[in-house]
Design a protein around this ligand. Structure first.
Ligand code: 5RP
Length: 259
């Protein structure tokens, strides 16, 4: 791995703990207006001091985020589908020149293993890895799950391992029972979990705790943070689990006290 690649990864995965809290706000790229993100800038601003990186599209960053902000950007460079159509029909929407202009610390696309356009999404990832390797920009592969796919360790392990083999530098997947097997399938490639649909706060915190206990380096969470009744309390609580090794109960206290 070249110096620039290592440096960008260590801006995201903090060397002090080897962990990270990514804040995902890229949902609009296929689902349009998302609860909590209509004024994306207002939602994100109080959360930034507690996030290690921000996952976002180029349109959202240019419209809602102050360029003076001090946060590594994980740039969502794929899209082309919507919730009205086949989700796996994804293309690369942002070229590497624009990612560099935005000063992205990483680029990201989704891979739909088992989806109708499986091969095309793997091709998207392989092209991003080629570009990323050329410029020292790491690629975060998201193992997206289509409607019909089981979210078990066997499926997520399969999808994650394929992304590793294609050359992804970080993997974002879902938490599941036997999650340790998913992490194991990724070898030395760091794994983070998505939060998924909004859960009661305690359940989301327990999931974050279980994921890091099973070997994830952290989370790339969206709705379970910005759709909480206390988004700042929730990101502080998640941070305490990820970086300070707090239990879900201790973290819940942090969330409760913030209200
Ligand atoms: C969609 C994504 C989103 O960033 C993602 O799902 C993260 O957020 P959440 O925690 O709300 O699931 O990658 O493919």
């Amino acid at each position: 791995m070249n110096w620039g690649m290592k440096n960008r990864i260590s801006r995201i995965i903090k060397p002090k703990t080897g962990r990270c809290v990514m804040l995902a706000v890229d949902h609009g790229y296929f689902q349009g207006p998302t609860t909590g993100l209509s004024d994306l800038g207002k939602t994100v601003e109080p959360l930034l001091p507690y996030a290690d990186a921000l996952m976002i599209t180029r349109g959202a960053i240019r419209n809602w985020i102050d360029p003076a902000v001090d946060i590594p950007i994980i740039l969502r460079v794929s899209g082309g589908q919507s919730i009205l159509k086949e989700l796996s029909n994804e293309i690369i929407t942002t070229n590497i020149d624009d990612a560099i202009r935005i000063n992205a610390s990483a680029i990201t696309c989704s891979v739909y293993v088992g989806g109708e356009y499986e091969k095309e999404t793997i091709d998207n990832l392989s092209k991003l890895v080629d570009e990323g390797e050329k410029y020292g920009i790491p690629v975060l592969a998201v193992t997206a799950v289509g409607k019909e796919m089981a979210r078990d360790a066997r499926y997520l392990g399969l999808a994650s391992r394929i992304c590793v083999e294609i050359g992804a530098h970080m993997i974002k997947t879902y938490y599941t029972e036997d999650f340790g097997k998913v992490v194991e399938a990724c070898g030395n490639v760091p794994v983070v979990i998505a939060g998924g649909k909004k859960l009661p706060e305690m359940e989301a915190l327990q999931m974050a705790y279980n994921a890091v206990s099973d070997g994830a380096v952290g989370v790339d969470m969206g709705r379970n943070i910005f759709q909480s009744d206390s988004p700042v309390g929730m990101i502080q609580a998640v941070r305490a689990i990820v970086h300070e090794g707090k239990s879900a109960d201790e973290a819940y206290e942090i969330y409760e006290q913030s209200k």
